[in-house]
Design a protein around this ligand. Sequence first.
Ligand SMILES: [Zn+2]
Length: 331
Amino acid sequence: MEITPSNNSCAYGQPGIFRGHVLFGNPRLAGYAWPLCEIRGNRPGARLCVSAGVHVNEVSGIEAAVRLQRLFDPETIQGSVSIIPLINQPALYKYSEYICPIDGKNINFTFPGGSDGTFSEALCDAIMNEWCAGADCYIDMHGGDLRENVSKFAIFQRTHNTELDALGRRMAMCFDAEIVVGLPVVHMEQPGRPPTGFARYGRLALMSEAGANGLLDEKAIAFHVEGVLNVARTLGILDTPLSEFRNTRTLCNDYLWIHCPLDGEFVPEVEPGDRVNKSQRLGTICNLFGETLADIIAPETGWLLWRMTHPSILKGAPVLAVAFEEEPARL
Ligand SMILES: [Zn+2]
C-alpha cells in the first residue's frame, strides 16, 4: 500500500489530519488511486475505517463520508478514523448501478475477495488486508441506487462466535435504524458483504443503508453520520454521549428478495420501513394498459427493507425485500 499526501496534509501515520491518496500494492489494481482522509489523535485508541461509494449513485453515503472528515478533531479523539469516500473508482463518472465496470461484479457481494482474483476481488482483499488491517471496525455506507428506495437499516453478520455477534449487534444498534439485520450464519459460506467477509476471519464490519433514487437526502446523510459517530463513541474514539434514538431498531434475523413474476410495471402499496403481514398484497404488476397481471404477496410477516422505484421491471428481477423479525426468546 503506497500513500501519497496532498499539499494540505500531515505526514501519514502522525497525529493530525492526513489527506491524500492510497494506491494498493496488488498489480490488478494498478492505475487507480483512492482518496483517503485519516484523522489520528494524539492519544492511542481504537481504529475505525469508514467507506462509501461501493455503489457510486448512493450519494447520501458518499456525502456522509465527506462530512465525517470534518467531525473528528485530532486534539480530542483517541485512536484514528480512516475514511475512503468512494470505493468504486472505476464507476466514477460512469454512474454504474451496482457493479464495478471492470469485471461486472458487485463489489458489495465479493468480500472477502482474493489477491489473485478479478479487480473487484482484489479490491475487497486490499480493503480487508491492507487498508483495514488492524481496524477494530469497518463501516461501509450505502443507500438508494438510481431505481430504489431503502429503509434506514444497518447490517451485521451473525457467526458461531457469541462475543463477535454481541459486538456486531451492539455496533449496528449505534445506527438510528428502522431495521437492524443480523445476517444468518449461512451467508458466510458464500462471498458477501463486508460484514460477512470480515466475520469469516473473526473481524467486525457493518453496513448502513439509507437513501433513495441516487439523491442527496439530509435525513439519510444524518443517519449515516450519526451512526458512525455513535460507533466512534462506543469504541472510545470520541468521548461525547450517544445521540438520541428515534426509530425502533427492530432486530431482524433474515430477509428475502421478492422477484418479479413477469415483465411489467410495478405499482407498490407499501413503503420501506412499513410493517407487512403474511399474504398481504405489497403491490401489483400491471401492463401498459393499466391492467393488473399479477400480485406481489408478502411471503411472511416482517418489514419492507427496500423496494424498486422505477416501475418497469423485468421478469426475475428483484422488486422488493422483506426482513423478518427475530423470534422472541422462548421462556
Ligand atoms: Zn449499495
